[in-house]
Design a protein around this ligand. Structure first.
Ligand code: NAD
Ligand code: TYD
Length: 339
């Protein structure tokens, strides 16, 4: 059996990745290292095969705990652990710089000490900034890194520390840069689950600005397959842009969620725009397609339907979050109390 070390595996994408590896790659054992911040949730791992999965609660900024948890004969580190929400980073950036930059450096140091074969850094298209509205420009691997939010800046800085570990110490690294993910178990601070949860509760749907910002959406399992392929087939030192060629206006998503849930468009509430709000993200995934042999398997229509079904069937999961720290977050963010 090969040992792999996954950080942030109790979060949205990390838990989907663990499910994928357990289902599709029977030769791997997983150590899942997660601090269980507000976004980490052991319920996200319910029902998985624990004979090949070990959970360790820990902070990637804690050098000793990372070294103690990382297996001695480790095939790969997959670094999902991060502070991941742009709005929270606008409110307060410290934790983003700590986890996303210092934490990544500590993981790289540990990977070097333990002779880990490959370090996979899960990055984001947001490091490349914003594209002009309705242009035919796309993010490619040679687009400059020009992050605009504190979150994106911390992820771009993480890419630089990954690069430095490779250039200075010869650590084998691969970076993936994916667009906006959606799917089951996404924390309801993010657009799609927030809108589904609010609509299900007949609460207003806060759309920033004119609703015409564009994001390039991908079903979470398709992202996870790309990360696995980057580990297996990616060239050392390279970055791979991951996207499903699926640009959508925010307002169109919100309207189609309301239609699917049988709720009125009158629930839409245009609110003050996010500070520094990136206008458009759009990914050219040609390099991942040709070099990794990757392509998305889930259409937007299928993925949205699966996502809506999951939130409908797991209202307890949503309500437990909405009754916790999220209530005060929501109030301070949106100025309105949840029901
Ligand atoms: P998430 O916020 O749902 O989960 C993050 C996880 O990391 C949580 O389980 C949390 O407990 C854990 N964590 C946070 N700080 C930690 C620390 N100091 N030590 C150990 N664990 C810690 O995030 P997500 O949406 O699943 O994103 C996962 C990764 O993918 C992030 O690196 C993010 O930047 C990247 N990414 C996300 C998207 C997206 O659309 N969500 C797109 C591209 C890339
Ligand atoms: P989000 O899910 O926070 O992802 P990101 O900012 O990382 O792309 O937001 C996606 C888009 O939805 C973004 O343009 C901001 C917008 N948005 C709203 O209009 N209202 C909201 O309440 C949220 C959370 C996001």
């Amino acid at each position: 059996m090969k040992e792999i070390f996954v950080t942030g595996g109790a979060g949205f994408i990390g838990s989907a990745f663990i499910r994928l590896v357990l289902d599709e790659h029977p030769g791997s054992n997983i150590v899942n290292f997660d601090a269980l911040t507000y976004a980490g949730n052991l319920e996200n791992l319910e029902g998985i095969d624990d004979s090949r999965h070990t959970f360790i609660k820990g902070d990637i900024c804690g050098r000793d705990e990372v070294l103690a948890a990382m297996p001695d004969d480790c095939e790969a580190v997959f670094n999902f652990a991060a502070e991941s929400h742009v709005d929270r980073s606008i409110h307060s950036a410290d934790e983003f710089l700590r986890t996303n930059i210092i934490g990544t450096q500590i993981l790289l140091d540990a990977a070097r000490e333990k002779n880990v074969r490959r370090f996979v850094q899960v990055s984001t298209d947001e490091v490349m900034g914003s594209l002009p509205d309705e242009s035919d420009e796309f993010f490619t691997e040679s687009s400059p890194l020009q992050p605009n939010s504190p979150y994106a800046a911390s992820k771009a800085a993480a890419e630089f520390v990954v690069r430095a570990a490779r250039e200075t110490h010869g650590v084998d690294t691969v970076v993936t840069r994916c667009g906006n993910n959606y799917g089951p178990r996404q924390f309801p601070e993010k657009l799609i689950p927030l809108m589904i949860a609010n609509a299900m509760n007949d609460e207003s749907l806060p759309v920033y600005g004119d609703g015409k910002n564009v994001r390039d959406w991908i079903y979470v399992d398709d992202h996870c397959r790309a990360i696995w392929l980057a580990f297996k087939k990616g060239r050392s030192g390279e970055a791979y842009n991951i996207g499903a060629r699926n640009e959508q206006y925010n307002i169109d998503i919100v309207k189609s969620l309301l239609d699917s849930l049988g709720k009125p468009h009158s629930l839409i509430n245009y609110v003050t725009d996010r500070l520094g709000h990136d206008r458009r993200y759009a990914i050219d995934p040609a390099k991942a397609e040709t070099e990794l042999g990757w392509k998305p398997l889930t259409t937007w229509e299928q993925g949205l339907a699966k996502t809506i079904d999951w939130y409908r069937e797991n209202q307890d999961w949503v309500n437990r979050i909405r009754n916790g720290e999220y209530r005060s977050y929501y109030k301070s963010m949106y100025g309105a109390a949840l029901k």
